[in-house]
Design a protein around this ligand. Structure first.
Ligand SMILES: [Mg+2]
Length: 375
C-alpha cells in the first residue's frame, strides 16, 4: 500500500533475490564460482544427475511391472538433490522430503535402500553405518511433518557443538512448495531465527502440489518471502541450474556455520513426471506446459555447457550411461533378492513397548504367516 497520511509511515521493506548462472540455453551469467572451475567436480555433479535419472527410470519401470509400490520420481529436479549432496559436509544433517535422491546417493544411501523403502520395507530407511546418511533422517512422505523435527535437530546440534567448542554442523531440511502451506512449516520458520539455528529450509518449488498449481497454493508472490515473517533471509534460485543451486546453498550453509542463523531457499524447478506413479498428471496439466519445461531441463543445459567447455565428450557419455545402467540394474537385483520381512514387522518400529491394544493384532497377523509374492 501507499499512503499520504502523515500519521502512517513505512517501517520495513524487503527484497527477494533470484540467482541464475547457467541459463537454459547454456550461456553463463556473471562469474563462475571456484567449484565450477574444477573439471573434476563439474563432471562428478553431472554423473550424479544422470545416475539419479537412470535410477528414476528404473524405479518407475519396477513399479509399472508390479515389482515396486508407489514411487515419487525426481525427473527434472535432479540438480537440487545433487547440489545438496555436494554442498553439505559429512557431519551435517540432511532431513529430506522425498525427491532429493541425488543428495541421498551422495551421502551414501544405496539405491537398493530407496527401492526397498518404496517397496514397503522399513529396512530401506536404515542407512549404512559409516556413511553421512547414517545420521541423516529417512525420507519423509508426510508433508512438512519433518520440518519441525529439523528444528529440534538443529537445536540439539547447536548445543552440542557449542559445548564441545567445535565447528557448527548445519541441518538442511527440504520440502515442497505445498509443504509451505502447512502449520508445521510456519512453526519451524518462527523458531529458527529466535534460536538463531544453523538450519537451511530448502523449498523445492516444482510448480505443483500434486494437482494444485503453485498460484492456487499461495497468494504470496514468492515462496522465498515466507521466511521474512520469521526474520529469516529468503531468496530464490534457479533449481534447474546446478551451478547456481550449489552456490546459493553453499553461501547459506556458510552463513549458518558462521553463526549467522537460518536461511530459506526457494529452488524453482518443474516436476516433469506425474506426482507419483499413483497419479496421472495429464488429467490436470496441459501438455504444452510440460513440453516447455523440458526445454529448461537441468541435465540438458548442463551437458551442453560441459561439452562446450571441453569437459565432457560423447565417449564419456557412453561410459556413464553404460556403467550407470549396470549399477541401477545391480541395485534392482539386490532389492529383489532381499527376503521380505514377516508381515508383523509393521508393528515393530513404532513403539518401544507395543501397547496391549496392538499386541493381539500383531499376534493375529503373525499367525496368518507370510504374504505370497514378496515385494
Ligand atoms: Mg510441489
Amino acid at each position: 500500500m501507499t499512503t499520504t497520511d502523515p500519521a502512517t509511515r513505512k517501517v520495513a521493506s524487503y527484497d527477494i533475490y533470484y540467482t541464475q548462472i547457467l541459463n537454459p540455453d547454456a550461456s553463463i551469467n556473471g562469474e563462475l564460482p571456484a567449484f565450477a572451475r574444477d573439471p573434476q567436480q563439474l563432471r562428478a555433479m553431472y554423473a550424479l544427475m544422470v545416475q539419479t535419472r537412470l535410477f528414476d527410470k528404473k524405479a518407475v519401470a519396477l513399479q509399472r511391472t508390479g515389482q515396486l509400490g508407489t514411487f515419487a520420481a525426481a525427473l527434472g529436479q535432479e540438480a537440487i538433490g545433487v547440489a545438496i549432496g555436494h554442498a553439505l559436509k559429512q557431519d551435517d544433517v540432511f532431513i529430506p522430503a522425498y525427491r532429493e535422491y541425488g543428495a541421498q546417493f551422495a551421502r551414501g544411501v544405496p539405491m537398493s535402500d530407496i527401492l526397498l523403502y518404496w517397496g514397503g520395507d522399513e529396512r530401506g530407511m536404515d542407512y549404512p553405518q559409516g556413511t553421512a546418511a547414517y545420521h541423516d533422517f529417512p525420507l519423509s512422505v508426510p508433508i512438512s511433518t519433518h520440518v519441525p523435527h529439523a528444528i529440534g535437530v538443529a537445536y540439539a546440534t547447536q548445543m552440542q557443538d557449542r559445548k564441545a567448542g567445535r565447528e557448527a554442523r548445519v541441518v538442511l531440511a527440504s520440502c515442497g512448495d505445498g509443504a509451505t502451506s502447512k502449520g508445521d512449516f510456519y512453526e519451524a520458520v518462527s523458531s529458527a531465527k529466535v534460536w538463531n539455528l544453523p538450519i537451511i529450509f530448502l523449498v523445492n518449488n516444482n510448480q505443483w502440489a500434486i494437482s494444485m498449481r503453485s498460484s492456487r497454493q499461495t497468494g504470496a508472490q514468492t515462496f522465498a518471502q515466507k521466511g521474512l515473517a520469521g526474520g529469516i533471509n529468503g531468496e530464490q534460485v534457479d533449481g534447474n541450474d546446478i551451478i547456481a543451486m550449489r552456490l546459493v546453498l553453499e553461501r547459506a550453509i556458510q552463513r549458518a556455520r558462521n553463526g549467522e542463523g537460518p536461511s530459506l531457499i526457494e529452488a524453482i524447478t518443474y516436476r516433469l513426471h506425474d506426482h507419483t506413479t499413483a497419479d496421472d498428471a495429464r488429467r490436470y496439466r496441459p501438455e504444452e506446459e510440460v513440453q516447455a519445461a523440458w526445454e529448461r531441463c537441468p541435465i540438458k543445459r548442463y551437458k551442453a555447457w560441459l561439452e562446450a567447455q571441453g569437459h565432457w565428450t560423447a565417449a564419456d557419455e557412453e561410459t556413464l550411461i553404460s556403467e550407470g545402467t549396470a549399477s541401477v540394474e545391480a541395485a534392482a537385483q539386490a532389492f529383489r533378492n532381499v527376503t521380505p520381512e514377516p508381515p508383523e514387522a509393521i508393528f515393530d518400529h513404532l513403539y518401544a513397548t507395543l501397547p496391549k491394544s496392538m499386541q493381539w493384532q500383531r499376534d493375529e497377523v503373525a499367525a496368518r504367516g507370510p504374504v505370497k509374492g514378496g515385494h
